[in-house]
Ligand binder design. Structure first.
Ligand SMILES: Cc1cc2nc3c(=O)[nH]c(=O)nc-3n(C[C@H](O)[C@H](O)[C@H](O)COP(=O)(O)OP(=O)(O)OC[C@H]3O[C@@H](n4cnc5c(N)ncnc54)[C@H](O)[C@@H]3O)c2cc1C
Length: 482
């Protein structure tokens, strides 16, 4: 069977590539080895973890605790069934929407495992057991990743699990050790801690989330320590033993961390091992990842593209979709859409973190003069109404040009709020945008104005500040804000 465009994998990047190529009138086939379309994103990654988070926040009454006290609960005894019910419903909707999107755009789907026979042909082992031969002019490898499972970790799917297995929890542990303080580890550690599970986060490095502004990470760690989440930073897990069927992580130096369950979330590897890449002239690196041209997403074999997590950083569903779209544009001979310079990074921990642009550490390295402005979310009227205790928004501006250089937020709504900063950043906006514009009241977005005024105060000598008070604000509000 021949197609113009074949995509291996139906995750965010594969789906976007397929739909885009179909919109250009190409005959398109998506090959998916999983039981249903959607990829890691729908079945074990983004959507399950975010649904779990939302369910936990709702059922624990987390968002209301600042107001009604730490003992407040919406549901007293939360069971694993409560978490699964919402998860299955959400996944069902997502899969339905995807099936419909493929059908609407006349994208064919073949369920089975693909591997290369030569640079233009793929053999597909279908679930029914037959072998199909598919020929394609253009191919997109969008196979994503799977959890890293080192040999010395005794995974058993129940008390020692990876992040895919965690989605199908059979019971809620009372204590959890999370190994690996990357984004996935931090998200799950804080979600379970919000469920009042005793959590210990173990990380071999002394620091974590190093791509995030340090001031934000410090605030984040402070909030987590405050609610009892334990950290073992700079500690490598040497082995895992079992005592009374419970896993005990043995750390460097002999320290032991015992818990009812252990989540190993220290990395993922590209799912390229079954693709028989040598038959098409490609090779993956030691983590199963493929190298591509960062503009077009072509591999070294020009008619074969690779998109999504299989090419490595930033390994986000949001960026994967964009990569799939760009690859399809290029493969169909259309000009590449111009990509904005800055994309946001969202970490759906509790509290959430989101960031766009340069961190203070990155700005400092440029040697150019800069100033920061900070707002606490509890300083806004909306924050008072919501009973927020924590959360901060930080903006960094160039002193020479007044341009916004970075926005960093930790706290309620961070992953939504960040888009205001993203728009200003990508449009080359300055401090004055935040000072001069009116924001809805009461909103958390007002924190942008407060942070901008804070930066304005620091950037403007006091005598000048009195003369240059922004017209809409009383002088004492501006001058008294530093
Ligand atoms: C726990 C977790 C939480 C996450 N949270 C977020 C988040 O909040 N926000 C965010 O933006 N990103 C998040 N991500 C990352 C996001 O899920 C990925 O960036 C995204 O799924 C990558 O998409 P992809 O197109 O590379 O394909 P994937 O979603 O990885 O899917 C690849 C598909 O290819 C199929 N496949 C593999 N090999 C073959 C083969 N040989 N033949 C046929 N089919 C094959 C697989 O079955 C799979 O369905 C999270 C990831 C995890 C694990």
């Amino acid at each position: 069977m021949h197609y113009d465009f074949v995509v291996i994998g139906s995750g965010p990047s594969g789906r976007r590539a397929a739909v885009q190529a179909a919109k250009y009138g190409r005959s398109v086939l998506v090959i998916e080895k999983g039981r249903r379309v959607g990829g890691v994103s729908v079945h074990t990654g983004t959507i399950p973890s975010k649904t779990l988070r939302e369910t936990v926040l709702n059922l624990t009454g987390w968002r209301e605790r600042g107001f009604y006290g730490l003992g407040y609960r919406v549901k007293k005894d939360i069971e694993v069934g409560d978490l699964q019910a919402r998860l299955h419903k959400t996944l069902e909707h997502e899969v339905e929407a995807l099936d419909h999107q493929f059908a609407r755009n006349r994208v064919h789907v073949l369920r089975g495992q693909a591997s290369f026979v030569d640079p233009h042909r793929l053999s597909v082992q279908t679930e029914a057991g037959d072998l199909r031969m598919i020929e394609a002019d253009r191919i997109v490898i969008a196979v994503g990743t799977r959890p890293l499972r080192p040999a010395h970790i005794p995974f058993n799917g129940e008390t020692v699990v990876d992040s895919d297995e965690l989605v199908e929890l059979k019971s809620l542990p009372r204590s959890l050790t999370v190994v690996g303080a990357g984004v996935i580890g931090v998200e799950y550690a804080t979600i379970f801690s919000a469920l009042d599970v005793r959590v210990t986060l173990v990380e071999p490095r002394e620091t974590f989330l190093d791509f995030i502004d340090r001031e934000l990470v410090e605030d984040f760690i402070h909030q987590l320590r405050d609610r009892g989440l334990g950290f073992r930073l700079g500690s490598k897990v040497n082995s895992i033993q079992f005592e009374n069927d419970q896993p005990v992580a043995i750390l460097d130096g002999g320290r032991r961390v015992r818990s009812e369950m252990l989540l190993f979330a220290a990395g993922r590897v590209g799912a390229t091992d079954t693709l028989n890449l040598s038959a098409c002239g490609l090779a993956a690196d030691d983590r199963g990842r493929l190298k591509v041209d960062p503009e077009t997403f072509q591999t070294s074999v020009p008619h074969i593209y690779a998109t999504g997590d299989v090419i490595g950083f930033p390994s986000l569903a949001s960026m994967s979709m964009e990569q799939g779209r760009i690859a399809a544009h290029h493969a169909c001979g259309n000009p590449l859409p111009s990509a904005p310079s800055y994309f946001p990074y969202g970490i759906y921990s509790v509290p959430e973190i989101s960031t766009v642009g340069m961190s203070e550490e990155e700005v400092r390295k440029t040697g150019k003069p800069y100033e920061c402005g900070i707002a606490r979310l509890r300083e806004t009227s909306r924050g008072h109404i919501m009973g927020l205790n924590g959360g901060l928004l930080k903006m960094i501006f160039s002193i020479e040009t007044r341009r916004l250089l970075g926005v960093h937020i930790v706290g309620e709504g961070a992953t939504e709020l960040v888009h205001i900063g993203q728009a200003v950043l990508n449009l080359g906006g300055t401090l004055d945008y935040f000072i001069d514009n009116t924001f809805n009241y009461p909103t958390l977005a007002e924190a942008y104005k407060i942070a901008a005024l804070d930066a304005w105060n620091r950037m403007t000598p006091r005598r000048d500040a009195e003369a240059k008070v922004p017209p809409s604000l009383p002088a004492e509000e501006v001058v008294g804000n530093d």
